[in-house]
Write a protein that binds this ligand. Structure first.
Ligand code: SF4
Ligand code: MG
Length: 337
């Protein structure tokens, strides 16, 4: 199958002024050359700490930000530099679910107005048709269709996120990009929304990009997972391969911080604490950006940027000394040393 979304060499630099007189111009290298594809009907999860560029990636895919370089193809169309007007027809097919179900819904509008807005904008239905369509969507998303005339404050956080999902589904999109869709919700509610997204995917054949810092959420929903660090994808692979035996030291460290219930009550792997903070994306470390925090770093890591290499089928990693990898995957001449 051709991918529904293909991102190639995508870059987003935000210019900033700094220095005492604010005269020097520098760039926040939020996204610094990333590549990935998402097949139709599949979910790509993107994980990483805050500031790694995952939200910027979502905004670039949605064309809410203009890419600095690279290419974004959606459903066979190059959408990298489409103008606002030219992108409108694609808006039907590519929708977003936001993190905060409190601020992303207009408090002065009824649910009917909010979920029906996409129909009204695109002038695709009569008023009666809009009402019926909205009620169907509310039902599809587990809400009471009779609550059509209520306001966002009359709903719980989880229900509000269901309203956000209903709004995103109004025009029957092919793809939904969800940026931290459950992180603002109570833990007890998160699973309900995750399961709703899962059910809707099955029922409607949706393709998802789901961005989250929570590894457990991403594991639950994703077919493939990309791990970002300082504007780069450091590892990407099938969910089971990546969670079962992560190869990048950063992924290993992230996962070691997640409690995993092990069959037989065996002690889980030792927690790896990363030293130091995430360096500034204005001045990322040269070569391997993770070398300032990596317990495996060697001289070559500070000198040569490791390319993203496919070391297991469909599973790529950018590291000179990957974990759980075939021996020949080590850098020649250093592995034996
Ligand atoms: Fe660590 Fe070197 Fe691999 Fe970077 S390339 S993650 S510094 S071992
Ligand atoms: Mg799924």
């Amino acid at each position: 199958d051709a991918p529904l979304l293909r991102v190639s060499s995508l870059v987003k630099h935000f210019p900033i002024r700094h220095g005492v007189l604010q005269r020097q111009i520098a760039a926040v290298r939020a996204v610094d050359g990333i590549d990935f594809e998402v097949a139709p009907g599949q979910t790509l999860g993107i994980v990483g700490e805050s500031g790694c560029g995952k939200s910027t990636t979502a905004r670039l895919i949605m064309r809410l930000d203009e890419p600095t370089a690279g290419r974004i193809e959606f459903d066979g169309h190059d959408i990298t530099h489409l103008s606002r007007g030219a992108i409108r027809p694609l808006r039907r097919e590519l929708q977003m679910v936001f993190q905060d179900p409190y601020s992303s819904l207009n408090p002065r509008h009824t649910v009917g107005a909010i979920v029906g807005a996409p129909f009204r904008l695109q002038k695709v239905k009569t008023e009666n048709g809009v009402k019926r369509a909205v009620q169907d969507l509310l039902e599809l998303c587990g809400l009471n269709p009779e609550h059509y005339n209520r306001y966002p404050h009359e709903f719980s956080g989880g229900q509000r996120q269901r309203i956000g999902v209903a709004r995103a589904l109004a025009l029957r999109p092919k793809m939904i990009v969800a940026d931290e869709p459950v992180s603002a919700l109570d833990v007890s509610i998160q699973a309900q929304i995750v399961n709703l997204l899962d059910d809707l995917q099955e029922e409607l054949g949706l393709t998802y990009v789901i961005i989250a810092h929570d590894l457990a959420v991403v594991r639950h929903v994703s077919d493939r997972v990309a791990v970002m660090y300082l504007g780069k994808i450091v590892e990407v692979g099938g969910r089971d391969s990546l969670y079962g035996s992560p190869m990048h030291p950063y992924t290993v460290a992230l996962m070691s911080a997640v409690p995993v219930p092990e069959p037989g009550g065996r002690d889980r792997a030792k927690r790896i604490l990363l030293s130091g903070d995430v360096p500034s994306p204005v001045n990322p470390p040269p070569a391997c950006r993770f070398h300032t925090r990596c317990w495996k770093a060697q001289e070559i890591c500070r000198r040569e940027e490791p390319p993203l290499r496919e070391l297991r089928p469909g599973h790529m990693v950018a590291c000179h000394f990957p974990e759980h990898a075939p021996d020949e995957a080590q850098v020649p001449g250093t592995a034996a040393a």
